[in-house]
Design a protein around this ligand. Sequence first.
Ligand SMILES: [Cu+2]
Length: 640
Amino acid sequence: MVTVAGMLVPAGAALHGQTPLHPLDQLSAREHWAIYDALQSSGKLDSTFRLLYEGLKEPVKSEVLAWRPGQPLKREALVHLTQGKFGYEAVVDITGKNVVSWTQLPGKQYMTSGPESRAADALAMKDPRVKEALRKRGVTDFTHVGCSPANNGYFDLPEERNARVLHLSCGDDRNRISGYGESFDGLVIVVDLTNEKVLRVLDVGGARSGLPDGHSPEEIGATRAPVNPVEMVQPKGATYTLNGHEVEWQNWKFHFRMDMRRGLVVSRVRYVDGGKERSVMYQGSLSELFVPYMDAADPWNYQGYFDLGTYPFAFGGIASSLEPGVECPRYATYFHSYVVTEKGAPRERQRTACLFERNTGDVAWRHTRAGGGVNEARPRTDLVLRMYMNAGNYDYLFDWVLQQDGSITVNLGATGMDQVKAASGTPKDNDYGRIIANKLVGVNHSHFFSFRLDMDVDGTQNSLLVDKLQTTTLPKDNPRRSIWTVNTLTAQTEKDGMRMSAMNAPEVWRIVNPAVMNPFGWPVGYEIEGHGAMSLMSPDDYMRKRAGFVDHTLWTTPYAPAELYASGDYPTNSVAGDGLTRWTSANRAIANTDVVTWLTLGFHHVPRPEDWPVMPVAWHSFAIKPVGFFGRSPSIDLPR
Ligand SMILES: [Cu+2]
């Protein structure tokens, strides 16, 4: 059983998007229709409109912090759409069913969509040069052949300015059961969708891979003997309580919602310490995911995906449905959410998030008492809030794990399918990747996640302290030649707040409240602990410049409600320099102010045969960890 708004509901229950109770609640189905009504009655729409994104436009922080249960809610939505050949952004007052603002996007492009992909495919398949190139490859049945703009990219070439230019590659789904159909390498169709023409067809010939192996039961073949069931059960029901999307568990309190672009948005994270509610983080969520490929040939050199900025509509929202008992424990609580169709009708996505307690047999802490023989140890239980992201060929798993020791760990798992191309059978196959399956080369690439973490440690006015671990040489009379010492700097401006992960120059990044001292006389704080791979692209690589957030592991900016996406609001086919790069060029002051941190978590991927046909989950993580926030270990009071 789970306590929801004071009522007991069965474990494993799925909760529908309800009438909003909290200013940060996700949009309900009724609200999506109110947005539609407002847009229709505004007189702005014509019959060509296509919605790409609808999400809550949050009230500013001060309003949310001042809000108390029962008070009226300010409900606004942010809408992205296309109409005719242009992109638009609208803000809608949901309660008043009124369009507050309507802006055409000058020089900005927008998310991709199924209809756009089909329009590009139709243009390509109508071109006799494309059919000819396919025939040359021995294709005679075009029924299942399609060309898609899987290579969204932009280099600011004259032909790309002021037009929607897409680089298409083609494949054949004939005989496909799961996984990919056969793709035809060496064929690129450059399409100008704005002017509805094929700019050029590039055909350098190419080997054929045949149909890649898939992962349906029929294709996998015999399975091994199963393990005996290992089940987590919670016979007395959940310990957490729910009020709409507000959660309380083991001193933690927080709110969450699902957004079709950002996925899980975790807000108002507080810890009850000695009966007092203390703020830890105002909000945390994914802000962008950038995956650049490392193959120099067109169209592979166009492949740098901004998954959050480009694909949420095409994916039907980034969160996919979770299967009870497989993707979350059976006893978890499941949450539904809504996305919209291109014409603005809400569609329920079932079980896009789940919440559950987990005890994996680990301890929270242990020690053997003096003399040995007697152990003091405490079992550890975590609270997990989970989303699985569907990103085309890739899948990413995201767990926000709240711990009894006052930490939050975010685990992200990468799984799904590698991007592959047909092997040529020559040594060139090793230039940009490796052969990982029959006649298939897995192409090298990197994954860079940007998490926006608006820390509010014991209040909004915070600073970033950088503890630099440095070698200190010692005088001759000391038998040691050197030790390391900690040199702490307060970041004064955004430039100081740009930090790089380096194993040979380690740093601890603490967000502190300079006005609140812990019992030992230093400021209360939380550490952002996350170190990953950094970009190897050269600084003048245009693709890197479009994803400027990869330049630093940590960024720190003053809170600005409009700054949500690390590569800007519109990274699809974007001109370089938007997002963090642009905002921080002002080098704003960040000491003792309301700061937001942005963590880049990256990893490089050199594909291997074991990734095929579906990659085993590869985990990466970061943590938000108390440093001097508490006067002693917060988990010391766990019962035996
Ligand atoms: Cu990868």
